[in-house]
Design a protein around this ligand. Structure first.
Ligand SMILES: Cc1ncc(COP(=O)(O)O)c(C=O)c1O
Length: 426
């Protein structure tokens, strides 16, 4: 599949018009989010096609926690990675079997550990104190071994984006691989500790870093098996494959990743245990787009500005860290058709009450008028899931797109109501 090609604007336009025709998108809609479930299914299938057949691809719920989206991923054979016990609940709500749920929270309470063991999900411990709590929990459940791994920091360095890099010396996650003796001691002491987890970061982590982390995991597996005489039963490679945002030219695809793994970690392909992955944005980001009506067009300091209904509440990272995250933008006319005309610079302003709520400082788009529709591309990951309550605007409705034919659009989540917002703060 052509992994890095963004969704076609005609598909986006068609989905909007079908949404209007079906009455899913109301005439007065100010913003609507879309998620292409067909595309997501194809991306899960691509992962399944290129990785060894027994791999469980657990999509990171934090990238997109919509239960209907998760349900569709589970239906396509994916598992789910939960960064909190609450996300385990979401995985259950999406119908994910425990054998495909990974519980990764770096701050698990004793109660949460008990609950996760009871459920039989995969658990990756973050540190030695957590292992001691797991030991206690397992002692209470005599005979039960669980599916327990340890997060190891492979120390393969930082990626381009410091805030999402977790493979450097400063990382707060996991036991550093440099503590080799201590690590081997843990695997010797805890006979139920049978997994190794590495995750080095997200967007901005070069492919070599992901592959180097896998190399570290398999080297560690060899040392552990040597010392303990026990087999490592699962290796979790984490997520971290980048998405293709507007500033990222052709990031590596799953095929590139697997080819690089084949060269650097050949034993991964004969591994008799379970291989796990935890991709988030690489699968989800390009499946989503957002449409906002242009509420006003005005001139500020000689610059043409369009006021949108989505800002830092939805696009937290692009607004607060614009140098690191940049989405694609398009304009549709009031009827939802791609607008023509010579591109001109325009500033896209968010609706929140602070000066920095700027979605794009200057972007070249066909002439924009009030009531046009601005499309923000690649919003399927870490946008809705990072929704901020600043100014308390309602979370827009989300529509799932299976095909752009009339009957293949479905509401995934209704627009938040006034009563829900009041309840939230009551
Ligand atoms: C432990 C873990 N796994 C997986 C992911 C998903 O990362 P990505 O969306 O970059 O694939 C993250 C992201 O924060 C993570 O912390």
């Amino acid at each position: 599949m052509d992994w890095n090609t963004p969704i076609d604007l005609n598909r986006i336009s068609h989905a909007w018009r079908q949404g209007r025709a079906l009455g899913l998108v109301r005439e007065d809609a100010t913003a609507v989010l879309f998620h292409d479930l067909l595309r997501m299914g194809a991306r899960v299938a691509e992962l399944q096609a290129v990785f060894p057949p027994r791999t469980v691809h657990a999509l990171a719920i934090k990238a997109n926690p919509l239960v209907q989206v998760l349900r569709c991923a589970v239906g396509a054979g994916a598992g789910l990675e939960a960064a909190s016990l609450e996300e385990v609940w979401l995985a259950q709500a999406a119908g994910c079997p425990p054998s495909r749920i990974i519980f990764d929270s770096p701050a698990k309470s004793t109660q949460e550990i008990h609950r996760a063991i009871e459920l039989g999900v995969w658990i990756n411990a973050d540190n030695t104190d957590e292992l001691a709590r797991i030991e206690q929990a397992l002692t209470l459940r005599r005979g039960y071994r669980g599916r327990i791994g340890l997060r190891v920091n492979p120390l393969v360095g930082e990626g381009k984006i410091a805030m999402t890099s977790v493979g450097g010396h400063q990382s707060k996650f996991g036991v550093p691989v440099s503590d080799a003796a201590a690590l081997l001691d843990l695997y010797r002491r805890y006979h139920w500790l049978t997994g190794i987890h590495v995750h080095v970061g997200s967007q901005g982590a070069p492919l070599q870093q992901l592959v180097a982390a896998a190399r570290v995991a398999f080297d560690l597996r060899a040392s552990i098996e040597n010392v303990t005489g026990r087999a490592i039963e699962f290796i979790d490679l984490g997520g971290g494959l980048p998405a293709r945002y507007d500033i990222d030219a052709d990031p590596p695809t799953p095929r590139d990743y697997v080819a690089a793994l084949r060269a650097a970690v050949p034993e991964l392909f004969d591994f008799q245990g379970v291989l796990l992955t935890e991709f988030g944005r690489a699968v989800q980001a390009s499946c989503g787009w957002a449409v906002s009506r242009v509420e006003y067009v005005k001139t500020v300091a000689n610059q043409c500005c369009a006021v949108l209904h989505l800002g830092a509440d939805f696009l937290m990272r692009p607004v607060y860290r614009p140098a690191e995250w940049r989405h694609r933008f398009y304009v549709l006319d009031q009827a939802g058709r791609p607008k023509a005309g010579d591109a001109r610079p325009v500033q896209l302003l968010g609706p929140l009450c602070f000066a920095g709520d700027i979605v794009a400082p200057s972007v070249l788009l066909p002439p924009i008028e009030t009531d046009d529709l601005v499309v923000i591309g690649d919003t399927g990951a870490y946008t809705l899931s990072l929704w901020s309550r600043h100014c308390n605007r309602a979370i827009p409705m989300v529509i799932g797109v299976r095909d752009t034919a009339a009957e293949r659009l479905e509401p995934l989540k209704a627009r938040e109501t006034a009563a829900e917002i009041v309840a939230l703060w009551s």
